[in-house]
Design a protein around this ligand. Structure first.
Ligand code: AMP
Ligand code: ZN
Length: 139
């Protein structure tokens, strides 16, 4: 546990949370600032951050819980879709530095729009060069 981490405090029972699922390694609870009602967070009980530091076994467990929550949102709310979002680092919009997946039920009428503005590459070589860099850095 990291003493100044709000999600660790939720795991330890030092802060309240509206829990929807719990097992030995993972916890899912309602986000107090939902983008759409029903917005749920899935976290590891251990203080892990960022995603790239997560042990594979915990990551496998987490993504299965994410899938289960998404299925539950689709059936319980009759949602039209689900967004799964995960941020790493302040530049990526992360506010709470404890690994978490946002599982957000979506409805055709929910009125939420991502500010998703494509910036096409000026030249295809630019894209290929970046692809090569990623390929060269893969573990
Ligand atoms: P992120 O920007 O990906 O770090 O998202 C952090 C999320 O945690 C936000 O959506 C917040 O609304 C949510 N959040 C912060 N504090 C709490 C809390 N005590 N209980 C539930 N959700 C929280
Ligand atoms: Zn933590």
């Amino acid at each position: 546990m990291k003493s100044d981490c709000i999600f660790c405090k939720i795991v330890a029972g030092q802060l309240p949370a509206c829990k929807v699922y719990e097992d030995a390694e993972t916890l899912a609870f309602m986000d107090i600032g939902p983008i759409v009602p029903g917005h749920t967070l899935v976290i590891p009980k251990l203080h892990i951050d960022p995603l790239t530091a997560a042990p594979p076994a915990i990551l496998q467990k987490l993504i299965l819980v994410v899938q289960n929550i998404a299925r539950a949102q689709l059936s319980a709310f009759k949602a039209d879709g689900v967004n799964v979002i995960q941020a790493n680092g302040r530049a990526a919009g992360q506010v709470v530095p404890h690994l978490h997946f946002h599982v957000i039920p979506r409805f055709a009428t929910d009125g939420h729009h991502w500010n998703w503005k494509p910036h096409p590459y000026a030249k295809s070589e630019e894209m290929s060069a970046l692809a090569e860099k990623i390929k060269g850095a893969l573990g």
